[in-house]
Design a binder for this molecule. Structure first.
Ligand code: AMP
Length: 286
């Protein structure tokens, strides 16, 4: 099995036309690269579900804020290709920003058509601290959908708000594909895998373990019958390492995205916090 590397939209389209002519189903796994076992689980799921799998690797400039890590985000296309090859992905689509957005435009909505997901879904959790982030995500994902025309697209629950917003985009814009949510993959000690974990020093990594511990504690208290989010919030805070700077810890219904006062089935408990300078997110769904 040899994964092919495609950099041009026209080359992707040519492959897709041929696969569709053969009546094959297509799965897309959008990523920003620096692939790890979390991404691998999505690619494996895509292999099980579809005849042909295309992984996109694109660090998307329009979803990063001016003071975020766009420039230093890890770019590791060789090992990404190796991993895709081992799993048996058919193609990796790794375009340049110029290939995606052209070169005579400012990457803002003065010059570029953007997809703007509902304000209620973006003006909270990660969207609060990262204004414009989900517009950038929805825009690039719609472009990737239009370029690859997948039957299925695979996204991790690690980015639960992103997944919720993209499902909503598919529904609201009548896109003809199915989004497949995939569970969070963790290190043995509980840390959710993330390409940004490579930024952590050993001490910052150890402190970060308290994030998944706090989430697990909420889950076990819920299982003992405690549902009041004020109580659960305070418990979680007491477990977080004092060097962890919490940005939010929220409890939301994962059907409506409304805040809840009491946890019930299908409640998303989502946290964002900094360990050192690195912003991490994690969640559990009850
Ligand atoms: P990223 O490269 O960070 O944009 O992530 C690409 C896709 O992989 C997104 O759908 C993420 O939710 C998913 N992903 C990232 N980390 C994990 C993880 N630890 N477990 C499951 N999926 C993940």
């Amino acid at each position: 099995m040899n994964t092919i590397l495609l950099n041009k939209i026209s080359d992707v389209r040519q492959n897709i036309i041929e696969w569709k002519r053969q009546g094959l189903t297509i799965g897309l796994v959008p990523t920003m690269g620096a692939l790890h076992k979390g991404h691998a689980s999505l690619i494996k799921k895509a292999k099980e579900t579809c005849d042909k799998v295309i992984v996109s690797v694109f660090v998307n400039p329009i979803q990063f804020g001016p003071n975020e890590d766009f420039d230093k985000y890890p770019r590791t296309i060789e090992s990404d290709m190796q991993l895709c090859n081992e799993i048996g992905a058919d193609a990796v689509f790794a375009p340049t920003p110029k290939e995606m957005y052209g070169d005579n435009i400012r990457l803002s909505n003065t010059d570029l058509t953007f997809v703007c997901p509902p304000y209620n879904l973006v003006d909270c959790l990660c969207g609060k601290a990262r204004p414009g982030h989900f517009d950038g995500v929805a825009t690039v994902v719609l472009k990737l959908f239009n370029i690859t025309t997948p039957d299925y697209a695979f996204f991790g629950l690690k980015d639960a708000q992103q997944l919720f917003i993209l499902k909503r985009m598919v529904k609201d814009l009548n896109l003809n594909l199915t989004i497949v949510p995939c569970p969070i993959v963790r290190e043995e000690d509980g840390l959710a895998l993330s390409s940004r974990n490579t930024y952590l020093s050993q001490e910052e990594r150890e402190n970060a373990l308290s994030i998944s511990k706090a989430l697990n504690q909420i889950k076990s208290l819920y299982e003992k019958g405690i549902t009041d989010v004020n109580v659960l919030f305070d418990t979680a805070i007491s477990i977080l390492n004092p060097n962890i700077e919490m940005e939010y810890l929220e409890f939301r219904d994962f059907d409506t995205f409304e805040k809840v006062d009491n946890i019930k089935q299908n409640t998303l408990i989502a946290i964002a916090a900094k360990s050192g300078k690195t912003r991490l997110i994690d969640n559990i769904i009850i």
